[in-house]
Each structure stands twice: as C-alpha cells, then as structure tokens.
Design a protein. Structure first.
Length: 424
C-alpha cells in the first residue's frame, strides 16, 4: 500500500507539474505575470520568490496550479477596514503591503484600509496609525509585493501584466500549453518504455512458441514456422495472422507456413474462448518478438504510441455520444487502482501508465467545457470571430457553471469508482 501511495503521488505530481509548467512557460513568454506556481494544495509548506513569481510547495501532495494575473479576483486580498502594514521607500512609494496576521513588519506603517486601486492608478489609502480624522493616500510601486493571509508574498497585478493584456494568439497558446506539455510527456515516456525494455517490440508472422495440447500442436505446427498465408490470403505480420484466426469461429483454416525455406499447407481447427466477454478463436500460438533498439526506432515509437492512444481515446469519446455510462469514466479512485497494478508490475508498467494518463489528461483538458482549457480556447475562438472579448461577468458565469458541472461529475465518478473497486 505504501509503495502504491508513493507511486501515485509521484505519477500524479509529474502529470500536474508538467501540465502547469506548460501554462507557466508560455505565460511568461507572453508577458503575463505568473503570480504563483504551486505544487500541491492547501496551506503552504515552503515558498520562494523569483522574477515576480512565488514558487510554493503546499501540504497536500495532490494537484497544483499556476496563478496568472487577471484570472482571479486579485482585489480580494484587500478589504475595506482591513488592518495592513506598508513598507515604503525613501520617496514614500509602497514596496510591500502586508495583510497577514502571521507576519509582522517591524518598519511597517500601520494603516486601516479605506480604498485602493492596485490595477490602474496604483494607490492605497486609509487611516495611518489609527488616526481616523485624516485619510492618507500612498502611491504603490508597479512591482510592489502583497503578503497574503497565508504569508505568501505575491506581486501585485497591474493591468499591463494581466492575462487580458496579452494578444489573442498568445492567450490561446498559453491556454493550450498545458495539454501540449502532456502530449510531449507521453512521447518522452513511451520512448523511455522502449529504452527500458530493450527496444521497440515488433511482432512478426513467425511462431515463437506452440502451446501444449493446443489445436496448433495437434495439427503439427512447430515453433519457428512462419505463417505466410491464412486460407490463401497473405499475412505479412502477426496482426494479420491474429485477425484471420480470431474471427474464424470453429471453421477449419488452411495455413500456409514456411519451414526451413519450404512452404507447406496445414489444416487446423481453432478453439473458441471467451475473452473480456467476447468469443475469440485461438489455435495456441505465440508470436516471435524482435526488438528494434536503434535510436530512430525508439524516438519513432514515442510518437506512434502517443498517436495510437490519442486515436483510441478519440474513438471512446465518440462512442460515449451514442451511449454514456459512468463506467466509461475514471476518477482518482480508478487512477489509484491502476497505479497499484502498475506498481506491482514494475518500472516499465509505471512509466507506461504515466504516458497513458498524460495523454488522457491532455485530451480531457481540451474538451470544450467551461473551466477546462478547451472551454477557455472555445471562448478565445468566439472572441476571434466576434473581434471582441466576451463581457468579463458573462465569462465568469460561464466558467462557474462549467466548474460546477465538473465538480458534480467528479463526485458521481468517484462514488461510482468506489462501488466498482471496493464493493464488487
């Protein structure tokens, strides 16, 4: 259990970090202020600030986020009547605003806030040292810091560094970058899988093993035989061989095999078995696997496997349109179950699971649902068509509806997963 928990935290942490780093990187490149890059959720354990961004480690090792200026209500940090302390420079310009009761600034000027504008005109005013007879206004520096209630130092977010100030293409790229990074992670992970297992597995139409007492053994088929045709139709690889045999039912098949350089025909009758609820015909043969350990083969494998998973998920999403079931979805409980199985099977299985989950995370995030990256991209497209952004209040309402939908869906999926994995 401990191994599974550690593996789960590492895998989930990598997926979230890579996804959020995509948003972070392109936001920085677009001139958008990234106020915080957090790993984990909940109260902070550690905080370090550099180049305008607070890098925090939070106590719950699940999830994470990138806080970009303009994508949340930055003014919530200040409230009328709130006691704060201000650090000013020699010209009296505010360099730091402390709203936290946990931190005391020895040289800070105590002020009870009455009003502020730290977005456009950059000022804060209030009663200094408890003197309620006079309201004093302080000019705020463009790059001033504000200490939040949890003690984390964040840079204020003037309008010119907000998300909305970036051009539409840059905002679209920033929204897309999280999913892009997940696809890149999957490509690298599949390359690592190929490297760890000694190369890219390529199944041929040559038989490596014939199972004892199988239909193939009774028919005289031997290891080393190469199946070049089934019922006269050529089979150049193992996929073609299995397709012909698995769908044959109980019908006799004539296999053309190559043995010691000579071709001969062997008749065999498959045996039907039920696999995953479906009837499949088998004759009891196992393919010979060759491994391509070349650098080009390993690199190509990363791309081809990622694309293969993308297509499979796409087909699954399309099929869900014809008949939706909660069993088609999986939440944290399902992911924990998969991680447990992968941890038991070793490093290759864990890396493979990471690649699969990364592709899933990338695609799910691109679905056009408000609150997801895909929903944000949809709003960007609408903005491009209208040639003007949506009303901010309407956008917030749409996002909140999408968020509520996702939360309800997550609760239903999680409950369904608990029933599936613990009560069946």
């Amino acid at each position: 259990m401990i191994t599974t928990i550690i593996t789960f935290i590492i895998v989930f942490g990598i997926l979230v970090f890579v996804h959020e780093f995509g948003h972070y990187y392109f936001a920085k490149k677009s001139g958008i202020l990234v106020r915080e890059f957090a790993i984990g959720m909940g109260p902070k354990v550690f905080s370090y600030r550099k180049n305008g961004t607070a890098y925090t480690w939070r106590i719950l090792p699940i999830g994470g986020y990138v806080s970009m200026a303009g994508l949340e209500d930055d003014t919530e940090e200040l409230k009328k009547g709130m006691p704060v302390s201000l650090i000013t420079d020699e010209q009296g310009i505010v360099k730091k605003i402390n709203t936290s009761q946990k931190i005391t600034l020895v040289e800070g000027i105590p002020v009870e806030v009455t009003d502020w504008d730290i977005v456009d005109e950059l000022w804060i005013e209030g009663y200094e040292n408890g003197d309620e007879e006079q309201i004093k206004r302080f000019k705020v520096d463009h790059d001033a810091l504000i200490i939040g209630q949890d003690g984390v130092e964040l840079q204020i977010a003037p309008r010119d560094v907000r998300f909305q100030a970036a051009s539409l293409p840059k905002r679209m790229m920033t929204n897309f970058a999280g999913a892009l990074n997940n696809f890149l992670l999957a490509i690298v992970a599949f390359m690592l899988v190929a490297f760890l297992q000694g190369g890219v597995p390529n199944t041929t139409n040559t038989i490596a093993q014939v199972q004892t007492n199988s239909a193939a053994q009774k028919a005289g088929i031997k290891a080393g035989d190469k199946i070049v045709a089934v019922d006269g139709e050529k089979t150049s690889d193992w996929t073609a061989v299995t397709e012909k045999i698995s769908t044959a039912g109980n019908k006799k098949l004539t296999l053309t095999i190559e043995r010691h350089g000579k071709e001969q025909k062997i008749t065999v009758t498959p045996v039907q078995k039920t696999v995953n609820g479906q009837k499949v015909s088998q004759i009891g043969i196992i393919a010979k696997v060759n491994y391509d350990s070349s650098v080009s083969g390993i690199i190509t494998y990363g791309f081809t496997q990622t694309w293969s998973v993308v297509k499979q998920i796409g087909q699954a999403l399309v099929s869900m349109l014809h008949g939706f079931s909660l069993n088609d979805l999986g939440g944290p409980v399902a992911m924990f179950s998969f991680t447990s199985q992968a941890a038991k099977n070793g490093l290759v299985s864990v890396v493979t699971l990471t690649a699969l989950l990364s592709v899933n995370l990338g695609i799910i995030n691109l679905l056009p649902i408000p609150a997801l990256d895909g929903g944000k991209l949809l709003l960007n497209v609408i903005e491009a068509i209208r040639r003007k952004p949506l009303d901010p209040e309407k956008e917030v309402i749409i996002t909140m509806i999408g968020f509520a939908f996702l939360m309800i869906l997550m609760v239903l999926v999680t409950w369904n997963d608990i029933q599936r994995y613990f009560f069946h």
